[in-house]
Ligand binder design. Structure first.
Ligand SMILES: [Mg+2]
Ligand SMILES: [Zn+2]
Length: 187
C-alpha cells in the first residue's frame, strides 16, 4: 500500500453477503458461510493489479440483536484468514451495525457512503480508480454517490446475458451474472 499525500491507492470494495458468501440471511457463523464461486480468483486478480481490498458490509443483524458485534468480528477474522491462506490480503472489513428502525439512522449504512469515505481517508484511496462489487441496488447507489468509477452489479438472474458483461443503457453500472464474468474489468 502506498502512503503520503501524492501516492494514492486504488481499491476493490466488496460487499459481503451475496458477493463473498451466499446470502442465507444474517449469516453470523462460519458454519453458515458458503463462499461464492469465483471470489478468490477475483480477489487475487485485483491484488495482482495492485488494488487493495476493502469489505464494506451492512450488518443490521447486530442492531436487530440476531448476533453480537463480537460474533461479527470473530467471523470477519476467520473470513480474512481464509483469503490470507490463499495469499490474498484483505486490507480491512468495515461494517455498519445499525438499522434506522432497530438502532438509529447513521451515515454508514449503504446506500450512504460513510464506510467508503472512512476507508478512502484511512488508506488514501483514489475512488475514481476504484471498483465496487455489490448485489443490491443500494450498493450501486452508494458507489455512485461516492464517485467510485467502476460499479458492478452482481445479478445472478441476468440469464439473458450469459456471462457477458453488459453496461446497461440508462443504468450507470455494469451487470454481471457471476464473479468470473467480471474478471476482465479488473486491470
Ligand atoms: Mg449484499
Ligand atoms: Zn451505520
Amino acid at each position: 500500500m502506498k502512503r503520503g499525500p501524492n501516492n494514492t491507492n486504488k481499491a476493490l470494495f466488496l460487499d459481503r453477503d451475496g458477493v463473498i458468501n451466499v446470502n442465507h440471511g444474517y449469516v453470523s457463523k462460519k458454519e453458515d458461510f458458503d463462499f461464492i464461486d469465483g471470489i478468490f480468483e477475483l480477489a487475487l486478480k485485483a491484488r495482482k493489479a495492485s488494488f487493495i481490498i476493502v469489505i464494506v458490509t451492512n450488518q443490521s443483524g447486530i442492531a436487530r440483536k440476531y448476533y453480537s458485534e463480537q460474533d461479527f468480528y470473530a467471523l470477519s477474522r476467520w473470513l480474512e484468514n481464509q483469503f490470507w491462506k490463499k495469499g490474498i490480503k484483505i486490507q480491512q472489513t468495515l461494517h455498519c451495525p445499525h438499522h434506522p428502525k432497530f438502532s438509529h439512522r447513521c451515515i454508514c449504512r449503504k446506500p450512504r457512503i460513510g464506510m467508503i469515505t472512512k476507508a478512502a481517508k484511512r488508506f488514501n484511496i483514489n475512488l475514481k480508480q476504484s471498483i465496487l462489487v455489490g448485489d443490491s441496488l443500494s450498493d450501486m447507489r452508494c458507489a455512485q454517490t461516492a464517485k467510485i468509477k467502476t460499479r458492478i452489479y452482481l445479478n445472478p438472474h441476468l440469464a439473458r446475458f450469459k456471462g457477458t458483461l453488459h453496461k446497461a443503457e440508462h443504468k450507470p453500472y455494469y451487470q454481471a451474472k457471476d464473479l468470473h464474468s467480471m474478471l476482465k474489468l479488473i486491470q
